[in-house]
Design a protein around this ligand. Structure first.
Ligand code: 9GP
Length: 829
């Protein structure tokens, strides 16, 4: 029967072309085939969206070929794999990224133009996949791109939310949230794997039973849900490797609740089953706090359980002994969100594979690594014991056991220092007893890292000091990075062509260190001309978008000054707005001659506020009322404009970032773990006005202080400044602009009162007042540099040239070598 199967396989191979062809005729035939048979439109009548769908399917076919080859290659080689567990992936659009990574963009563009379609126009038809909130989620997407490009054997695991991050709609200057049912029009980039499903259990009880004379725990669940795999192939650039991002969707389980069907209440039983789907239906829209929500916990366990089952299934396909597990498996916890994986792996090893505690624990300590993305203790997840015990009774027992062993060991090491024991315990005692997921993650991981050097320092000296003192060897830092494929090649094609021309190679797209070669031409007049031209093209694109969106015409001669990111008090969009009010006030009070010296600005702000975050929403409203006043003041004209870009997401960022002259990163020092937006701006030759926070500090080292506008208190000064409290003097300029808001200069004075109260006197926790003068000075320095075109262009070239360190390729390389201990596994072409 083997001979028969082999014969069939050979016949099937003979029926296939070796690979799909990429010449214009083959591509056109393919696209039309998909118009007719996939999209089911007549090839004589289809619109841009249908053309996009057919195009996407033609691309997907080619993607799948490589993906199959890679998976087969990995299976054959059986390398150690990294499993990247993340509850959020912010992928944005995929089409352009994929064709560029596959190296077939131009072929498709030509083929389409012969059919009378424009590639760019069709690419615009695609909606964003927003399965994440902000920094952490976009970082995961960049890292997947780098993992594939660097040929690492990696699998991403996450949740396939039906509703992505809410759409932000602005009505009368107020943010409103609308659901993002992004799957409405289908998603050509995913492959539904109906045969890859796992049961996920919840609730129920744990009993002691005897198996072969040994006592063991049996968890009898109260609810069962099915996890179905949706695979999203992620292609590398300059390689055939295409890795898998597997997202889980919840479906009702057939095994679940046969009872209720038998009792006769058919309709209720069906409705109950449907509830199962709600587990993967919605992404929590707050990027820092979702504590104590049962659905959130269910989501976490759901994706962890399915992923762990998948990992065990893959391991057991080729291995018998669990001692080999750490040689084949590295599990990366992207923040604490997937940290239930620790208890789940332990449970499977103990209760299903029947390993001893000692052997299971030994495996745990070798496979997990943990990245934290937050600076503040409040950002660390805690789960109420009652909630966890009810939903996952066996996991709570395991966590208690881990904690018991840990505390006993700890006592031996540090003695009976109860304060420290209490701080380090996984269980937090109090009115509500909690499980500290960060402590669990630190204790059980072999490596813990922050996302910039400063962040890691804060972890070692503050957040995880007790743990660092105990296990200094566990702590590392991995400064974040972003992928140049998305953030230059896809989003800024003109700059991409220019860089390749001047470096004489496209190799920098895989080897970003080559960008440094641009330094040699930093004063070259010809490059300056071309560099300015590229910026102009991108500013035109952005200006057109602004006009289409808001009706506002902006001058291309003005400095485009951008601050786009989630709205947070610590990110200090408010400082930016106060600076704008100050600028407006100054211009109003200038005579004609002084006005001639003013550097015209278009200030652009964008970002979403978490739906329940009052103050952040007030900041958005303030931005709108100030914009309304300034933009309608004829006396000001083009000297100052303020625009709020609604619904900031990945594809909006792709257009905004290349068009920015200056970008602002204003977090109070010590509050931004890393920041990755700044890296994208830097790569695009945009100058940075920033505090010495997160990764900015490392940027200064790469491009030099002279090429940036730094301001504000340093992280170590912040604590002292806060202590000064009421004695801290704030500049008159600051008091004046706050007074303008309080006095109703922009209307809504009652509404903004609480906002003003937050930044005056002792309540100015984020030190807007203390940093205000220094901020204004940095702004003045930026103005001065901007009017000196040659200097500005040189600074811009040097910014891009020095951005190499901030590629996610470098970050991933460091994780692979120092954390996961994995090797590249390149698929032969
Ligand atoms: O706030 C951090 C940001 O500084 C960092 O760059 C990003 C990626 O590491 O993570 C952000 N954190 C979150 O998105 C949620 O904690």
């Amino acid at each position: 029967d083997f001979g028969e199967r082999k014969g069939q396989a050979e016949r099937m191979l003979g029926l296939m072309d070796v690979f799909l062809k990429n010449d214009p005729i083959s591509l056109q035939k393919d696209i039309l085939h998909h118009v007719e048979y996939t999209v089911a439109r007549s090839r004589f009548s289809f619109d841009d969206f249908e053309a996009y769908q057919a195009l996407a399917h033609s691309v997907r076919d080619r993607l799948i070929e490589r993906w199959h080859d890679t998976l087969i290659h990995f299976k054959k080689e059986d390398p150690k794999r990294v499993y990247f567990l993340s509850l959020e992936f912010l992928m944005g659009r995929s089409l352009s990224n994929i064709v560029i990574n596959l190296g077939i963009r131009d072929q498709f563009a030509d083929a389409l133009s012969q059919l009378g379609f424009d590639f760019e126009v069709l690419a615009e038809q695609e909606g964003d996949a927003c399965l994440g909130n902000g920094g952490l989620a976009r970082l995961s997407a960049c890292q997947m791109d780098s993992l594939a490009t660097l040929d690492y054997p990696a699998v991403g695991y996450g949740l396939r939310y039906q509703y992505g991050l809410f759409r932000q709609v602005i009505v009368d200057g107020f943010q409103h949230e609308q659901p993002d049912y992004w799957l409405n029009f289908g998603n050509p980039w995913e492959i539904e794997r109906v045969h890859i499903t796992y049961p996920v259990k919840f609730y129920g009880t744990v009993t002691d039973e005897f198996l072969n004379g040994e006592k063991c725990k049996v968890w009898v669940p109260g609810e069962m849900v099915e996890a179905v795999a949706y695979d999203n192939p992620i292609p590398g650039y300059g390689t055939r490797n295409t890795i898998n991002l597997r997202l889980w969707a919840a479906k009702p389980s057939d095994q679940h609740d046969m009872e209720s069907f038998n009792t006769g209440d058919y309709v209720d039983a069906v409705v109950n089953r449907q509830r199962a789907e709600s587990i993967s239906s919605i992404l929590y829209p707050d990027d820092r706090s979702y504590q104590g929500k049962e659905l959130r916990l269910k989501q976490q366990y759901f994706f962890v359980s399915a992923s762990v089952q998948d990992i065990f299934r893959r391991f057991k396909d080729t291995h018998k002994k669990f001692d080999e597990f750490p040689e084949k498996v590295a599990l990366q916890l992207n923040d604490t969100h997937p940290s239930l994986a620790i208890a789940e792996v332990m449970r499977v090893l103990l209760d299903e594979e029947h390993l001893s505690w000692h052997r299971a624990w030994d495996i745990i300590c070798k496979i997990f690594s943990f990245t934290t993305h937050t600076v503040s203790p409040e950002g660390l997840e805690k789960i109420p014991v009652d909630l966890l015990g009810n939903l996952l009774p066996r996991h709570l027992q395991i966590i208690y056991d881990i904690n018991f062993n840990f505390v006993e060991e700890l006592k031996k090491m540090i003695g009976l220092d109860y304060d420290r024991l209490t701080r380090m315990s996984i269980v937090e005692e109090g009115a509500v007893k909690n499980i500290r997921m960060a402590n669990l993650s630190v204790i059980c991981s072999h490596t813990v890292n922050g996302v910039s050097r400063l962040h890691s320092e804060l972890l070692r000296t503050k957040l995880f000091k007790d743990f660092y003192d105990l296990w200094p060897h566990k702590f590392q830092y991995k400064t974040n990075g972003v992928t140049q494929r998305r953030w230059i090649v896809v989003s800024n094609p003109s700059l991409c062509a220019l860089i390749s021309k001047w470096l004489g190679t496209e190799a920098w797209i895989r080897d970003i260190d080559l960008l440094i070669g641009l330094r040699d031409y930093a004063t070259n007049a010809e490059l300056h001309q071309e560099w300015k031209m590229v910026k102009k093209v991108n500013k035109i694109r952005l200006a057109e978008y602004i006009e289409a969106m808001s009706g506002l015409k902006v001058s291309l001669d003005a400095m485009f000054d951008v601050q786009t990111k989630r709205i947070h008090e610590y990110k200090r969009q408010l400082l930016n707005i106060l600076g704008i009010i100050h600028r407006y006030d100054c211009i109003k009070n200038m005579d004609k001659n002084d006005r001639k010296k003013v550097v015209p600005r278009v200030c652009i702000i964008g970002g979403k506020a978490a739906p329940g975050y009052e103050i952040a929403k007030k900041i958005i409203k303030l931005c709108h009322v100030v914009a309304e006043r300034i933009n309608n003041d004829n006396d000001i004209g083009d000297l100052l404009k303020l625009v709020f870009i609604p619904d900031y997401n990945v594809s909006v960022a792709e257009m905004v970032i290349p068009g920015a002259d200056l970008s602002q990163h204003l977090s109070t020092a010590g509050h931004e773990a890393s920041g990755t937006g700044s890296m994208k701006f830097l790569m695009n030759g945009c100058l940075l006005l920033a505090t010495a926070d997160g990764s900015t500090i490392e940027m200064v080292e790469e491009i030099g202080q002279d090429n940036m506008f730094l301001f504000g208190a340093k992280a170590h000064e912040v604590v002292a400044l806060r202590k000064k409290g009421p004695t801290l003097k704030v500049p008159l300029q600051f008091s004046r602009v706050v007074r303008m808001i309080r006095d109703g200069h922009f209307g809504f004075e009652d509404y903004f009162k609480s906002l003003c109260d937050k930044i005056e006197g002792t309540s100015d926790y984020f030190l807007l007042g203390a940093d205000f003068m220094s901020y204004l000075e940095a702004q003045a320095a930026a103005d001065k540099a901007f009017v000196d075109e040659e200097r500005w262009t040189k600074m811009s070239i040097l910014s891009a040239a020095g951005s190499g360190r901030f590629s996610s390729d470098r970050t991933i390389q460091e994780y692979a070598e120092n954390t996961w201990d994995i090797q590249p596994c390149r698929c032969p072409f």
